[in-house]
Design a binder for this molecule. Structure first.
Ligand SMILES: *[C@@H]1O[C@H](CO)[C@@H](O)[C@H](O)[C@H]1NC(C)=O
Ligand SMILES: *[C@@H]1O[C@H](CO)[C@@H](O)[C@H](O)[C@H]1NC(C)=O
Ligand SMILES: *[C@@H]1O[C@H](CO)[C@@H](O)[C@H](O)[C@H]1NC(C)=O
Ligand SMILES: *[C@@H]1O[C@H](CO)[C@@H](O)[C@H](O)[C@H]1NC(C)=O
Length: 590
């Protein structure tokens, strides 16, 4: 009784598995090929079949597989099709695939290929021909596949070059050939722009090692795929645009460098974007205003006019409400109204004993205005004495010409800014530009943090300068976030067009980014640069001049003005006495 449920369960299990086993149809001539495609689909799913060649056994299979099929009977397509990475390529013969469009060839490079081979052709020569075209994912079946059930799969970089697999074996037909490159070289060139790529020589063995966040990424990749990294380094004479040129001419596999992607560029010779950054200006922090000019700048013209108007209005009101008549109204009484002057300057003034309601209200207004004014100027003056304002701040690209801020930039950068019609660059007065021919000279000037110039810098590089400035007594440069030539600039690594392990590299790159390795390396950039002797660990800010406290000579011009005014008053006074004396003499004579 106990055994029965187990038996039922067992039967149920077998029945559950039955639909997975395709029903064998012995009479069908394509049965084995169909089994093979099912096996391939289990290894890695495919969603499209691309069939090269006119008519062969593959053509009738698609209906049974229920997968869309693209038939290219001529062997070549002119149009740039967007084939998916999940396309399986079937070819009716070794010479049938004659793709003319190179974009399609690049797109289909890593896809799996199954080739139907006539009896008389040797499989290893097919492998060789495909490897010359840098297509490495190839397997073949012969015409007698129905009988032998043998699949020939090409292997590269390892021995033997060709393996035979039986249809019923479980090990995979296609493998990732470049997972282990068996110490094959990766040809590269390093631009040695700190901090992204730097070279460090190990003292013990004299061996050179690549550092920096791009350098590390590529060294790790070579290690991961068991390849050797063969790299040259750029010198000053060769522009780093040369890396991009040599990569696009297929001379190099990888450039250990970063290249900005502009809108029109395709990703043929560049990796998937590696960094996202802003490209802006870094400008010297402008000097503080000398302390003796603080008195002058707190007096704003508009505020002066308002105070003057307030003064005149208060004077007129005072004159009227004292006698309730306009009799005393004249210019001298308005402008030299001692009550209003003393009131506004916060001084004591006589308050009439029997003041009316109106007069008291006006006195209240006067007192309030005086409190406002004196406290405002007090606060203004004292805060500016403690922390003087900067001389001028550059807020727009036009200000660069206005304040004669020199900007240094390398020549190739200027050419590229002009050819891309950069609107921000067009606003800069060209007389303020210092154009430097050698790009390394430019980098050296920028690294010396010479305060005579502003520089073009990516936000990424700026973070290292910001780290460096933490050692300084005070920061000498700032990153002008409002003055950017391009925002959201994608940077990617130059890669050869037909690089067969491009997908492995990009996956590696994204994994390192995702895990946080890249940001970790970046955060260590400055200390790596110090360790390798690229950046000195010293304060590059100009020595601080000893700022004496406010001296009498700082406000001497105010005293001079006061003195001149006193002289004029004395002169007027003397003149009045003399004039009055003469009148009395004339009256006496009469
Ligand atoms: C391989 O290429 C050579 C030269 O292009 C050609 O002669 C030969 O027939 C090709 N072999 C196969 C198997 O396609
Ligand atoms: C790397 O390649 C070398 C040379 O072919 C080989 O001896 C070694 O076993 C490989 N290393 C790994 C981890 O596969
Ligand atoms: C730049 O502007 C010129 C003339 O205004 C135009 O002919 C050219 O196509 C523009 N270039 C780009 C890259 O937009
Ligand atoms: C900065 O550059 C100017 C002009 O090129 C030069 O005269 C000056 O000596 C440099 N200053 C420093 C600190 O190198």
């Amino acid at each position: 009784m106990v055994g029965l449920p187990f038996l039922l369960l067992y039967l149920g299990e077998i029945r559950g598995q039955l639909p997975d086993i395709p029903t064998q149809r012995e009479d069908d001539p394509q049965e084995e090929l169909y089994q093979l495609l099912l096996k391939l689909r289990q290894e890695e799913i495919f969603d499209t079949l691309l069939v090269y060649g006119k008519e062969c056994a593959f053509h009738s299979l698609s209906r049974r597989l229920e997968v869309p099929m693209v038939m290219v009977s001529s062997g070549s397509t002119e149009f740039d099709w967007g084939y998916s990475t999940l396309t399986l390529i079937l070819s009716c013969g070794p010479e049938e695939e004659k793709e003319a469009n190179y974009r399609n060839r690049v797109k289909l490079q890593k896809n799996r290929r199954l080739i139907y081979l006539p009896e008389d052709i040797q499989p290893d020569s097919v492998c060789n021909n495909y490897s010359l075209k840098e297509q490495y994912n190839v397997a073949m079946v012969r015409e007698d596949f129905k009988k032998t059930r043998v699949i020939y799969a090409c292997r590269f970089l390892s021995h033997p070059n060709l393996v035979e697999k039986h249809l019923m074996t479980s090990d995979p037909i296609f493998i990732e050939n470049f997972q282990n490159m068996h110490q094959k070289p990766i040809k590269a060139i390093a631009d040695l722009v700190a901090p992204r790529s730097m070279v460090c020589v190990i003292a013990k063995s004299g061996e050179k090692q690549l550092k920096g966040y791009v350098g590390n990424l590529i060294t790790n990749f070579a290690q991961k795929v068991n390849a050797t990294l063969q790299y040259e380094t750029l010198n000053n004479k060769v522009s780093f645009l040369d890396i991009i040129r040599r990569v696009s001419e297929d001379e190099l596999d990888i450039g250990i460098s970063l290249e900005a992607l502009n809108v029109n560029k395709d990703l043929d010779t560049a990796s998937y974007p590696f960094l996202l950054t802003n490209y802006c200006l870094m400008l010297p922090v402008s000097a503080k205003l000398p302390i003796n000019r603080v008195y002058a700048i707190i007096v704003h013209h508009l505020v002066l006019v308002i105070i003057l108007v307030l003064f005149i209005v208060l004077s007129i009101l005072l004159i009227y409400s004292q006698k309730r008549s306009w009799k005393n109204l004249n210019v001298a009484n308005i402008l030299l109204n001692d009550v209003a002057i003393r009131g506004l300057l916060g001084q004591a003034f006589p308050f009439p004993a029997n003041a009316g309601k109106h007069l008291r209200i006006i006195f209240c207004i006067l007192c309030f205005a005086s409190i406002m004014m004196t406290t405002m100027y007090n606060a203004y003056l004292q805060s500016y004495f403690t922390n003087p304002p900067t001389e001028h701040e550059i807020r727009t690209f036009k200000d660069i010409g206005k304040y004669h801020q020199k900007i240094a930039l390398p020549k190739f950068e200027m050419t590229s800014l002009i050819t891309t019609n950069n609107s921000q660059f067009a606003e800069i007065n060209k007389r303020e530009l210092l154009i430097i021919d050698g790009w390394k000279d430019y980098l050296n000037l920028r690294d010396s943090l010479n305060l005579s110039y502003g520089y073009l810098v990516t936000e990424d590089r700026w973070s290292v300068y910001a780290e460096q400035q933490k050692l300084f007594k005070k920061p000498i440069f700032y990153f002008a976030k409002d003055l950017c030539f391009s925002r959201q600039l994608f940077m990617s690594i130059p890669l050869r067009r037909h690089l067969p392990y491009r997908h492995l590299f990009e996956e590696h790159m994204m994994r390192q980014q995702e895990f946080g390795m890249v940001s970790y390396w970046k955060s260590h950039s400055f200390f790596d640069m110090v360790r390798l002797g690229i950046t000195p660990i010293k304060d590059l800010s100009p020595p601080k001049v000893f700022e004496a406290s406010l001296l009498l000579q700082d406000i001497s011009w105010i005293l001079k003005l006061y003195f001149a005014a006193m002289m004029i008053s004395i002169f007027c006074f003397l003149f009045e006495i003399l004039y009055a004396g003469q009148r009395r003499v004339i009256n006496d004579v009469r």
